[in-house]
Design a binder for this molecule. Sequence first.
Ligand SMILES: Nc1ncnc2c1ncn2[C@@H]1O[C@H](COP(=O)(O)OP(=O)(O)OP(=O)(O)O)[C@@H](O)[C@H]1O
Ligand SMILES: [Mg+2]
Length: 249
Amino acid sequence: MVIQIEDLVVMLKEYEILHGISLNIPEGKTFVILGQSGSGKTVLLKTLLGLIQPYKGKLVIFGQDMFKIKDDNLFDIRRKTGMVFQSSALFDSMSVWENVGFFLLEHSDLSEGEIRKQAENVLMAVGLEGIADKMPEELSGGMKKRVGIARALISKPQLLLYDEPTAGLDVLISSSIIKLMKKIHTEFSTTELIVTHDLAIARNLANDIAVIHEGKILAVGRWEDLKNSKIEFVRYFLNIGEYYENKNI
Ligand SMILES: Nc1ncnc2c1ncn2[C@@H]1O[C@H](COP(=O)(O)OP(=O)(O)OP(=O)(O)O)[C@@H](O)[C@H]1O
Ligand SMILES: [Mg+2]
């Protein structure tokens, strides 16, 4: 298992946000956590990255216990993990290649020329050529997402965490991002953990899906199983999309 989570409780200020989450994320698979806005998806990802300190439970990533982790080991986990942020989170004052190469500029002895070359290679892998010198403000939302994905790929991660990779994009651009994520999974043999409310991602990319609701995991399984779940909310959530798709609205 790349990630083991057992009875994980996360508190922010005095509020309990995650109420005892248990999940195992196996190596080489694409795991989707599906949930509505405010269900705790981003908080969970930030906890995995060590940006939020968990309150109690068990959290083991790449064999490291996140409750006892030292800074060196945390850095090792971050190096093995690429994060694609919900808002793309590009630095406005840096060019595209500097954004993409940021990790290497900060944490390697490689020359700027070499880093730029590597940045251009991952930009090519995400379908963006010839934009290395552009600034983030010159990019469309879909391009920013791709740059965010390229930035996550630069450290050759084994694990990719995606936070709402299709949020705010139209259906066509969303489907091109989904295709790209599929291609990356095959090309780079990564393990993916994707948190989203986008049913198309769950249906098209997931090996397994966990449905999160109000800080709790309601069910884990494959798309077809969850569509017929005994739990009403799970069934409703997975089927409502098809209802709307059939209605074409
Ligand atoms: N820093 C914080 N302090 C207190 N509460 C927080 C903090 N960050 C998030 N929360 C609360 O935690 C809950 C889960 O938030 P989270 O951002 O994880 O939701 P989400 O599932 O990612 O939603 P979305 O799909 O809108 O991104 C929300 O009720 C939110 O108000
Ligand atoms: Mg979120």
